[in-house]
Structures are given as structure tokens and as C-alpha cells.
Design a protein around this ligand. Structure first.
Ligand code: PEP
Length: 261
């Protein structure tokens, strides 16, 4: 964690009805309403976004979606546009999550189109990259992640990059309870930053790079002490408002301590 804003984003995946989301928002806000030392984002299913817009209005919690279309509008059954997300007060959108890549066949080319569309619309993409276990065991993790980053950023300007968040999520650590060691997380986040520097120069220093994969209240502090880990994308541990709030408070303590306040 350097001179960059720390970001903690929750990814609810395909969990929570409208009622459950509203109930969560009330309980969560009560716990985190005074947190200003880091950015908090909730990435909810599409159906919960509109009710959450009302619950989270003027709060410290930002709203994000988990996917969007590369098209503006039209005959794209089942898709959601950037404009629709803006309409429900989303400011962030997760793009290229490994579950979208692996289960729904999203390609690097589509992800690049989505990143471009999100940026053009004024949304902040949270671009996910990460290798699976085979690739890691073959010693090709850095190569794979660099290729994902390079494809996703194709055609972007340095100004575009400065408005992005990148999340390194090793697939073998997502939802498995296996966290990468904080050194593994640091090594890959540093490799991503080096790749960004090669592609875009010093703007790379401004980009928040998150780690994701079985992050919990118990391991967030250690991860955040690494110089290139600027926050976390949190799946399972974001589903309960009180434990997610605890994780955020633990992260906040590290930020405060490292800023020497
Ligand atoms: C995720 O969904 O992006 C994720 C990292 O999940 P989990 O925290 O459950 O591993």
C-alpha cells in the first residue's frame, strides 16, 4: 500500500434478493457510515442495484455491478448496458471476473470492449485477472496475467488507465478458502504494476491494484501491509454485513497506521 487510495470491494455474486439486499444495506451502513480512510464498494446482482441506490444514497458506500455489455443498446437479449448501470447510480463495474471467463466463455477481446465502453460511459472498471492452478504449477502465472492485462488495456490512454482499478484474483484461491500468501499477492501485484509501467509509463503508480481470493477479516491486515496491494475484492466474506464491516475496520486500521495518523 503506497500513496494510493485503498479500496475494499464486496462481490456478492448471485446472492441476495431485493429484501435481503435492503436489510443488508441498513445493517452494513450502521457499521461503516463513518469510514472515510478507504473506499468501500458493494457489487450487487442487477436486480438489487435499484433498491441499493436508494439505501446507499449520500453514504460512504459506492455501488458497483458485476458485469455489463460492450453494446450501447439494441437487440442483445439478457444484457445490461453501461447507461442502465449509471441510471441506478452505479459508479463501478467488475469486468472479466474469472467466473465470467471460465463459466460463460468471456474472451480477452470482449473484456477489452467492455473496459472501453465502461470508461467512455464514466464508470470505473474493476478489471479482474488471474491464473488457474495448472498455469501456476507450470510456472506461467506471470505470463498469463500479463497477457490478460495487456489485452484488456489495448487501445486505452493513460488517462483511461488512471480511472481503472485492477484486481489480481488467482482462480485457485477464489471461494476455496486457500488464500495466496501475502508475498504471492505482492509479487503478482508488483508484476502487474511493472506491466502497466511498460505499457503506460508512470500512470501505473496511480492505479489501485487489489488482491482477491478468500480474503477475510483475519487476513486483510497482512495483505495490506504489502507495498503493491492496494485493497481487496472480497466474495464470500462480503455476504454478511457485520463480518464485512469488521474486515473493513481491520483494513481501515492498517491504512490509518500506515499513514501515521
Ligand atoms: C471473488 O468473488 O471475486 C472472490 C475473491 O471470492 P472469495 O473472496 O469468496 O474467494
Amino acid at each position: 500500500m503506497a500513496n494510493r487510495r485503498t479500496v475494499i470491494a464486496g462481490n456478492w455474486k448471485m446472492f441476495k434478493t431485493v429484501n435481503e439486499a435492503e436489510d443488508y444495506a441498513v445493517r452494513f451502513l450502521e457499521e461503516v457510515k463513518d469510514v472515510t480512510e478507504l473506499d468501500i464498494i458493494l457489487c450487487a446482482p442487477f436486480t438489487a442495484l435499484y433498491p441499493l441506490k436508494n439505501e446507499l444514497e449520500e453514504s460512504v458506500v459506492h455501488l458497483g455491478a458485476q458485469n455489463m455489455s460492450w453494446a450501447d443498446q439494441g437487440a442483445y437479449t439478457g444484457e445490461i448496458s453501461a447507461q442502465m448501470l449509471l441510471d441506478v447510480a452505479c459508479t463501478y463495474v467488475i469486468l472479466g471476473h474469472s467466473e465470467r471467463r471460465e463459466l460463460f466463455g468471456e474472451t480477452d477481446e470482449e473484456i477489452n470492449k467492455k473496459v472501453q465502453k465502461a470508461l467512455a460511459a464514466g464508470l470505473t472498471p474493476i478489471l479482474c485477472v488471474g491464473e488457474n492452478l495448472n498455469v501456476r504449477e507450470e510456472g506461467k502465472a506471470v505470463e498469463r496475467v500479463r497477457a490478460q492485462v495487456t489485452h484488456a488495456l489495448s487501445g486505452l490512454s493513460t488517462e483511461d488507465l488512471s480511472r481503472m482499478v485492477i484486481a489480481y484474483e488467482p482462480i485457485w484461491a477464489i471461494g476455496t478458502g486457500k488464500t495466496a500468501s501475502s508475498q504471492d499477492a505482492q509479487d503478482m501485484c508488483a508484476a502487474i504494476r511493472a506491466n502497466l509501467t511498460e505499457l503506460m509509463g508512470p500512470t501505473a503508480e496511480k492505479v489501485s491494484i487489489l488482491y482477491g481470493g478468500s480474503v477475510k477479516a483475519e487476513n486483510i491486515a497482512e495483505l495490506l501491509t504489502e507495498p503493491d496491494v492496494d485493497g481487496a475484492l472480497v466474495g464470500g466474506a462480503s455476504l454478511d454485513p457485520l463480518s464485512f464491516a469488521k474486515l473493513i475496520h481491520n483494513a481501515g486500521s492498517v491504512v490509518t497506521r500506515m499513514e501515521g495518523r
